[in-house]
Ligand binder design. Structure first.
Ligand code: ZN
Length: 110
């Protein structure tokens, strides 16, 4: 059984929960409360492990000693994240020829 990323629903391997690890699907921190088995809305710090240090940023990686990957599907339905938004993301960071009229085409005598 694997753990589903809290944000995009991608399955995360058991060894993918280090402090530096990020979800290969959405680049969010994997070792965070949102992916933790102890997360439970309604509890103090939304955590069932009462001895754990209170954490205020539930979506950033933490050093909580009690962290345990949550099993099974994400509690909340994954947001739709199809190829469309992915390509938009890629376009932001892809390095390529600048948009606009091309110069030096076949019609250019020089
Ligand atoms: Zn993800």
């Amino acid at each position: 059984m694997t753990t589903a990323c809290h944000r995009c629903g991608r399955e995360l391997e058991d060894n993918a929960f280090g402090r530096q690890d990020r979800c290969p699907g959405c680049e969010s921190d994997t070792r965070c409360c949102r992916n933790c088995a102890f997360e439970e809305p309604g509890y103090r710090s939304e955590c069932r492990e009462t001895q754990a240090e209170p954490i205020h940023d539930f979506e950033s990686s933490n050093s909580c000693d009690y962290f345990r990957p949550r099993r099974g599907p994400a509690r909340t339905p994954a947001r739709p994240q199809g190829p469309k938004s992915r390509s938009a993301f890629d376009a932001l960071f892809r390095k390529g020829p600048p948009a606009g009229p091309r110069r030096g085409g076949v019609d250019d005598p020089s």
